[in-house]
Design a protein around this ligand. Structure first.
Ligand code: ZN
Length: 347
């Protein structure tokens, strides 16, 4: 059971890790052979910094939480999945009895156990035991690679849901990284007529612009707010998705927001930041925040299967598991032009 283990900041190894939870298959669990794992910004951040906000890596931890695979064993009470099913997995397992879960807020259950969020191991390892309720069967036309993108797509779909997009809305997405791109695609799938997306990286912008004729990519250096106001006859956009996590971008979200517009904060800023409450008030802006997602994986699989969303162009590089340490070294340099790098497990 060789796994990719974060031993310490900037120290990875491929080694055996005994995982007690994986020994026992509960009656409602499935055992999954992992096929593809996406490298997430959070995995890279734990590798380079050893922490994200209050989540601190204090013991060796297996990385990875964006995954697809094949069911190889099912618990006695599992009726929805069978051996051989191709699946993707929702990485956060809430406590079913917690107050937050009972209120329908399972993604913000403080007791949630989320892969590769310390102290919980991730899934850059051969197999995992997971609740069937958080494991989703894939149609034949959704590849393992695209299925490993369902997790980031879920963030975009959750954000679009929170924005309550109406057909014909115009949106702006700040940040053209993987989350910004999936959010733009989710906003279009939810009915936006047009999405402006901003970033400093021209290669990411070129990719964004190639995804759909309804996406207008703008370099953040070239006063995108003025360009968007001009393009919307000074009305602004109905929805702003702040996906950059930059406090400068985040504090300016209302400048481009239409009256009655909605702002969804998606990117996590590294520092607290102020925003202009007065500008929010004169627009009667509705401000939403999201944390991960809840109950959207089946929708994401449906969007991929129908072709309403195509994530293939976002998958820019793939590595074998044996090369996964090299893959993280490359990812840590934030190479231009790379959007989503994935690791394929030995089958
Ligand atoms: Zn992720």
């Amino acid at each position: 059971m060789k796994a990719l283990v974060l031993e310490d900041v900037l120290a990875l190894s491929l080694r055996d890790v005994p995982i007690e939870r994986d020994e026992v298959l509960g009656p409602q669990d499935v055992r999954i052979k992992i096929h593809t794992v996406g490298i997430c910004g959070s995995d890279v951040h734990y590798y380079t910094h050893g922490r994200i906000a209050d989540f601190v890596v204090r013991a060796p931890m297996i990385l990875g939480h964006e995954a697809s695979g094949t069911v190889i064993e099912t618990g006695d009470l599992v009726t929805t999945l069978k051996v051989g099913d191709r699946v993707c997995m929702e990485p956060g397992i809430p406590d079913p009895n917690s107050r937050a879960t009972r209120l329908g807020l399972y993604n913000i259950d403080p007791a949630v156990r989320f892969w590769a969020t310390p102290p919980v191991h991730g899934i850059l390892r051969p197999t995992v035991v997971h609740p069937a309720a958080f494991t989703f069967k894939l149609p034949d036309n959704v590849s393992f690679a695209q299925a490993a993108m369902v997790e980031p797509l879920a963030v975009g779909v959750h954000a679009a849901t929170k924005a309550q997009i109406k057909p014909g809305d115009v949106a702006m997405v700040s940040g053209a990284g993987p989350i910004g791109l999936v959010t733009a695609l989710a906003a279009l799938a939810a009915g936006c007529a047009r999405v402006f997306i901003t970033d400093f990286d021209d290669t990411k912008l070129a990719l964004a612009g190639s995804l759909s004729s309804a996406i207008t990519a703008l370099n953040a250096k070239a006063d995108p707010l003025a360009q968007i106001l001009k393009a919307t006859e000074n009305w602004g956009v109905e929805v702003v998705f702040e996906c950059s996590g930059s406090s400068r971008a985040a504090s300016g979200v209302f400048d481009v927001l239409a009256p009655g517009g909605r702002v969804v904060f998606v990117g996590i800023p590294s520092e607290p930041f102020p925003y202009d409450l007065g500008k929010a008030m004169v627009r009667e802006a509705r401000v939403e925040h999201i944390f991960r997602y809840a109950h959207v994986f089946p929708r994401c699989v449906g969007l991929l299967s129908s072709g309403a969303i195509d994530l293939k162009p976002l998958i820019t590089r793939s590595f074998s598991f044996d090369d996964s340490i090299a893959a993280f070294k490359i990812a840590a340099t934030a190479p231009k032009g790379q959007v989503k790098m994935q690791i394929e497990m030995p089958q």
